[in-house]
Design a protein around this ligand. Structure first.
Ligand code: PGA
Length: 250
């Protein structure tokens, strides 16, 4: 096993106005958050600056998306340069809601990943199969295809700035978590695939986190699996219980 620091991300999605964010900041800053976990929260773009200013500096902040250019005529979008300018170091790319609600494809997500990394951001890159794909036995085909599109866009020296988030679409926001065994199996197979298609070093060192209905009750069992290096948490990241998920390894 590589030396992979446990990583927990809180994806707020399109939730919360300033008063809600104040509440989240309060329980996050109060913690206590395990020193052994890297923690990053992801507010809506319009509140990146607000959240960054209020959160303790040991808590990282991620944008939920960005475009593949520094600036220009791209109405409604934001660039890595702007995210960095707000003091934030991370971006989530390829979330299933970006893929399935907003129609982003593997190629675009790959290009965004490349530009974000070249700009100096760190990337939480999301992958995961839909229910019908799992039921058709295509889970690894889908996950590897999505990962290949990322891999082609990640320079050798940037892998340390990438966290892969395996988020089966059928588990997101449904309350239907993958079992620890199901998640471990995909993480393990993905690591083997990375070893064959990239390098043993990347496979050993890249953090692969799980997302999909993670909560305070199921996080410890999931965290106990050898290839689950943390979580990307949606709904439960808006509530004080998120602190328990951050501390799932303790
Ligand atoms: P959920 O969302 O925890 O609400 O299922 C996870 C995610 O979309 O990252």
């Amino acid at each position: 096993m590589g030396d992979r620091k446990f990583f927990v991300g809180g994806n707020w999605k399109m939730n919360g106005v300033k008063t809600d964010i104040d509440g989240i900041v309060q329980f996050m800053n109060a913690g206590p958050l395990s020193e052994n976990t890297e923690v990053v929260v992801s507010p809506p773009a319009i509140y990146l600056d607000y959240a960054r200013q209020k959160l303790d500096s040991k808590i990282g902040v991620a944008a939920q998306n960005c475009y593949k250019a520094e600036k220009g005529a791209f109405t409604g979008d934001i660039s890595p340069k702007m995210i960095l300018d707000c003091g934030c170091k991370w971006v989530i790319l390829g979330h299933s809601e970006r893929r399935n609600v907003f129609g982003e494809n593997d190629q675009l997500i790959g290009e965004k990943t490349k530009h974000a990394l070249e700009s100096g951001l760190k990337v939480i890159a999301c992958i995961g199969e839909k229910l019908e794909e799992r039921e058709a036995g295509q889970t690894m085909d889908v996950v590897c295809r999505q990962t290949k599109a990322l891999l082609d866009n990640i320079a050798d020296d940037k892998w340390g700035n990438v966290v892969l988030a395996y988020e089966p679409v059928w588990a997101i926001g449904t309350g239907k978590t993958a079992t620890p065994e199901q998640a471990q199996e995909v993480h393990d197979e993905l690591r083997k695939w990375l070893s064959g298609n990239k390098s043993a070093d990347v496979a050993k060192n890249v953090r692969i986190i799980y997302g999909g209905s993670v909560n305070a009750a199921n996080c410890k069992d999931l965290a106990g699996k050898p290839d689950i290096d943390g979580f990307l948490v949606g709904g439960a990241s808006l509530k004080p219980d998120f602190v328990k998920i951050v501390n799932a390894k303790e």
